[in-house]
Design a protein around this ligand. Sequence first.
Ligand SMILES: Nc1nc2c(ncn2[C@@H]2O[C@H](COP(=O)(O)OP(=O)(O)OP(=O)(O)O)[C@@H](O)[C@H]2O)c(=O)[nH]1
Ligand SMILES: [Mg+2]
Length: 96
Amino acid sequence: MKPRILEVRTRILKENDTVARALRQRFDEAGVFVVSLVSSPGAGKTTFLRETLMRLASSHRVAALVGDLATENDAARLADSGAPVRQIVTGTVCHL
Ligand SMILES: Nc1nc2c(ncn2[C@@H]2O[C@H](COP(=O)(O)OP(=O)(O)OP(=O)(O)O)[C@@H](O)[C@H]2O)c(=O)[nH]1
Ligand SMILES: [Mg+2]
């Protein structure tokens, strides 16, 4: 059978866009600078955050909230930086 190309005219992530727009506005109003850091598992996100906390600690008040399915491993690694760290065990998904 020949492959068919289906045109999808509805943006399936439209709802996400709406929520994201509202969040961006709230962050703007509060003067909060937000970075969304996305990568494949094991790419180095936690290592990067730990290093960032260590480098910013001397000039800024820094802290971390960690959302994790079950373990406190990443929270423990970030706490190594010396910054205050709190763990939220999310149970089903890693999103906060
Ligand atoms: N060689 C090398 N190893 C790195 C680098 N950054 C991270 N690692 C190693 O890669 C492994 C995974 O790093 P993590 O920081 O745990 O990656 P992650 O993206 O937080 O992983 P998940 O939370 O499981 O998605 C660890 O063993 C790190 O020590 C790097 O720049 N170079
Ligand atoms: Mg990690």
